[in-house]
Ligand binder design. Structure first.
Ligand SMILES: Cc1cc2nc3c(=O)[nH]c(=O)nc-3n(C[C@H](O)[C@H](O)[C@H](O)COP(=O)(O)OP(=O)(O)OC[C@H]3O[C@@H](n4cnc5c(N)ncnc54)[C@H](O)[C@@H]3O)c2cc1C
Length: 318
């Protein structure tokens, strides 16, 4: 079991320096998928070398921030880029945000990113608390330029930025997440080849955000419309129900769950575990943390078979 915050760029840089690099790209088109989701399609000559592996593969979006330009960051590209990045003044260094590569079409070097428009009014106006990534997405037009940090080699199997790694013998798969995890869950589900029992629980702001997905046979997707309820309020009972139906929940283990109060929970089973069940949960850190406690302490779920990932945290930037 590895436990870490998601911001493991520095560690990754040290461990596998050649597996990712900077890419320059520009917006080809945008498409409003629903009230909360905007699909941005990026391309550029550089993007032909983007190493897309599918599933929940993440990458970093790098956005200019006042003083320090993205060009400043690119100028410092190299194995020690992260140290240089951290040395830039905090209030003017480029923003680094994590997104999921929803789809990639190598023949045209196009990457789709489905961005949640949090803090953006229906007419596209950002409110004062909207983050730079959501604001950038809401105002992006064809030709808008951006820099990405992503894998530089196509391939299969587990590679940088991919956490979905069910054991080969797993015949029961469970996924749950909020709107920020919908692109990852959609990518994972669409890659499944069938033969397993699969349930996915997706909590999104409203029923109009229930996206249409390409579902392989036997995949049961349960959308939840949050409405005015608290985040995770619908998710918790739905997760409990699904895990019970799938036989993943067992009598309470009473296992101690150490606190991760100030951390963005990120706990992923080591590759190579041998379990018949595999679960993957991502979304707002407090909700994921509560689910982690419930699953491990109250539902007897084997921690070696669950990936818990805080994708963002209420009140925290980046
Ligand atoms: C592996 C991974 C994959 C991800 N994939 C996607 C993806 O494909 N699509 C996607 O939209 N997001 C995705 N996210 C989440 C995304 O990185 C965060 O939502 C990020 O904080 C958005 O950056 P920002 O600049 O808009 O806001 P920030 O500057 O980070 O935050 C500004 C304020 O907005 C709040 N906030 C941030 N995100 C949300 C939200 N979704 N809803 C409500 N309030 C929010 C923060 O708490 C803060 O108060 C992913 C995260 C991870 C770790």
């Amino acid at each position: 079991m590895s436990t870490a915050t998601e911001t493991t760029v520095a560690e990754t840089a040290a461990a596998v320096p050649m597996s990712y690099r900077f890419f320059t790209a520009s917006v080809v088109r945008t498409e409003r998928l629903s009230p909360s989701f905007l699909r941005i399609t990026l391309t550029g000559p550089d993007m032909a070398g983007f190493g897309f592996a599918g599933d929940d593969q993440r990458f970093k979006l790098i956005l200019a921030n006042g003083g320090a330009s993205v060009a400043d960051l690119l100028a410092s590209a190299g194995p020690d880029w992260y140290a240089r990045y951290c040395a830039m003044p905090e209030d003017s260094r480029p923003y680094l945000r994590t997104y999921t590569a929803r789809a990639f079409r190598p023949e045209v070097a196009e990457l789709d990113v489905d961005v949640v428009l949090h803090g953006i009014a229906e007419d596209g106006t950002p409110d004062p608390h909207a983050g730079p990534a959501a604001t950038w997405a809401a105002t992006a037009v064809p030709g808008s330029e951006v820099v990405l940090l992503g894998p530089d080699r196509p391939g299969t199997g587990r590679m940088w930025g991919v956490e979905w790694a069910p054991p080969v013998e797993a015949d029961t798969l469970f996924l749950a997440g909020d709107e920020t995890a919908v692109p990852a869950i959609a990518g994972i589900i669409e890659n499944l080849t069938g033969g397993q029992r699969v349930v996915a629980v997706l909590e999104v702001p409203g029923a109009a955000d229930f996206l249409s997905l390409r579902l392989p046979p036997g995949v049961d997707v349960r959308w939840l419309a949050r409405g005015s309820r608290a985040r995770g309020e619908l998710m918790e009972p739905a997760v409990h129900k699904a895990l019970t139906e799938l036989g993943i929940a067992r009598p309470a283990s009473g296992a101690e769950v150490e606190d991760v109060e100030d951390e963005m929970v990120w706990e992923v089973p080591e590759a190579g575990a041998h379990t018949r069940c595999y679960a993957w949960l991502a979304g707002e850190a407090g909700v994921v943390k509560a689910l982690r406690r419930r699953l491990v302490r109250d539902l007897g779920v084997d921690r070696d078979s669950v990936a818990f990932m805080g994708y963002w945290k209420v009140g925290a930037r980046g």
